[in-house]
Design a protein around this ligand. Structure first.
Ligand SMILES: Nc1ncnc2c1ncn2[C@@H]1O[C@H](COP(=O)(O)OP(=O)(O)OP(=O)(O)O)[C@@H](O)[C@H]1O
Ligand SMILES: [Mg+2]
Length: 484
């Protein structure tokens, strides 16, 4: 009610009703001559004036209170009570002020509760949406909005998510069905597999049945399931091939070739080669699983890459000579050590140089270059203060192996370090490869907090480069102390 609704006519009527008995009393005294008419008139005027003053005061206070109540209803914050003249109006204003204070405290608590609930839902990593009976998105947390766009709220779910399996599941639950869970693939921006859970939900603010839809990204889980299945299939396939050859030759030697000395020698040679291949495969698999197990434990020793490279190159001279390949080492001496495991790093260069010999061209050169790389200017590592007498932690040693072979097409590069991945499987097998070499290299380099880069040009050759962080002074001192 606004103060304009308090009509003065009502106050005039109240005044008339209050003055009427006074007028009747005075008349009943004047008419029999008991009171002088002049006195009566003066008395009536006095009473009228008093009534008018009181009524005007009540009217003014009522307007002030109505106006105060209006301001309290409209205001967001606290409105101080107005000045009023009558005691009763003062009591009412005080009551309104107290009610307003209590209401504000409750409103603040409810607001804080609602904000906390929204913050919790928004902090969820998984997208969450509330869908009403008309299949419209009523609410969506920030993960859902950033995935499907800010404008998804208020629109039909089908506008943002066109997956028929999911839409069927939502319709089924809205029709009274039990909760369900479906898998769906989101093709863009990068392909992802999501598990959608659809659950019936009731909310006072939403008319009719509703559903709560949550999406959980299971891409990594699916990928690792697939990798495990592929790995078992690949490993068994790799073992089955030489095993089948062995069984075949054993059967032949026990049967038709029993007395054929020349065939026996040839078959035994092949059997020896196949058994070696199986043994290499099993050793590589064991080595890979051991390296994977310690991948999160950094090595504690010191390794001198120059010495390791020279030892590996010497060990491979014979193989290189067989293909008329010349091995060359390039780079300054006295390079700082890296924090690393010498045997594992030797395994890295053994595989890279062996690949360069195997897949490089005959009668060409394979170059192993060693160099110290300063961090790029402006990089986070370059900004690190260089204390006197101390190596900058992120200085890297780069060892690259360059061949002049046929090179590798760009499409293969991202997959080269996968287990059993080969550009030409038949050729790799014929050369005695297991296809595990670069997978082992990658895991060893990861353990050493290093990086492997591959540059290749079809028809020209390839460069496999290993970047390893130079050991800090503390690491050098700790490793020397441990060795004493
Ligand atoms: N220098 C290179 N030039 C051309 N292709 C290469 C080179 N290095 C590796 N590859 C390709 O990458 C594949 C994977 O190499 P990886 O070292 O993992 O296996 P592998 O050499 O075939 O077998 P293993 O190393 O177990 O003996 C190879 O089969 C080959 O196709
Ligand atoms: Mg190899």
């Amino acid at each position: 009610m606004s103060w304009r609704d308090i009509r003065p006519v009502r106050f005039i009527m109240i005044g008339v009703l209050l003055l009427a008995p006074t007028a009747v009393l005075l008349l009943s005294l004047v008419l029999p001559g008991l009171l002088d008419p002049g006195f009566a008139l003066a008395g009536f005027a006095l009473v009228t004036a008093a009534v008018v003053v009181v009524l005007r005061m009540i009217m003014a206070d009522s307007r002030t209170l109505a106006d105060y109540a209006d301001r309290v209803a409209d205001a967001g914050g606290l409105v101080p009570p107005p000045e009023v003249r009558s005691t009763s109006a003062e009591v009412i204003a005080g009551a309104i002020a107290r009610a307003q204070q209590r209401w504000l405290i409750r409103e603040q608590a409810a607001g804080a509760d609602a904000a906390a609930s929204i913050a919790v839902i928004d902090a969820l990593h998984d997208p969450l949406m509330l869908i009403d009976s008309g299949r419209r998105v009523v609410r969506a947390n920030s993960a859902a909005r950033s995935l499907f766009g800010e404008r998804m709220v208020g629109r039909e779910l089908a506008v943002s998510l066109r997956n028929p399996t999911l839409l069927d599941a939502v319709a089924g639950v809205l029709a009274g069905g039990a909760s369900r869970s479906v898998e769906m693939v989101l093709p863009v921006p990068v392909e992802r597999t999501l598990q959608a859970r659809v659950k019936p939900f009731r909310l006072d603010t939403v008319e009719g049945p509703a559903v709560l839809l949550t999406l959980h990204d299971i891409t990594l889980l699916k990928r690792s399931e697939q990798m495990r299945a592929d790995f078992v299939a690949n490993a068994s396939h790799e073992l089955r091939t030489p095993l089948a050859a062995l069984i075949g030759f054993i059967e032949t030697l026990r049967g038709p070739a029993r007395d054929d000395a020349e065939a026996r020698d040839r078959f035994l040679g092949i059997m020896f080669e196949q058994s070696n291949r199986m043994s290499r495969l099993v050793n590589d698999l064991l080595s890979l699983s051991r390296i994977e197990m310690d991948e999160h434990t950094p090595p504690t020793g010191l390794a001198d890459l120059g010495t390791i490279v020279r030892t590996v190159v010497t060990g491979l001279e014979l193989r290189a000579a067989a293909r008329k390949v010349k091995l060359k080492i390039d780079g300054p001496g006295g390079l700082p050590p890296v924090q690393g495991d010498e045997d594992q790093l030797a395994q890295v260069f053994q595989n890279l140089i062996d690949n360069a010999i195997k897949y490089g061209k005959e009668q060409t050169e394979v170059t192993v270059s060693l160099a110290l790389c300063e961090p790029a200017p402006g990089s986070a590592a370059a900004a690190l203060p260089l204390l006197p007498g101390r190596h900058r932690a992120e200085r890297m040693l780069r060892v690259s192996v360059t061949d002049r072979g046929e090179g590798i097409a760009r499409t293969h590069l991202p997959r080269l370090t996968e287990r059993f991945y080969r550009v030409d499987p038949a050729r790799s097998r014929a050369l005695g490869g297991t296809g595990l070499g670069l997978a082992i290299v990658k895991h060893i380099i990861n353990r050493h907090r290093g990086r492997l880069t591959i540059d290749s040009e079809v028809g020209k050759g390839s460069t496999f480069a290993v970047h390893l962080p130079v050991a800090t002074e503390e690491v050098v001192a700790a490793a020397r102390a441990a060795a004493q």
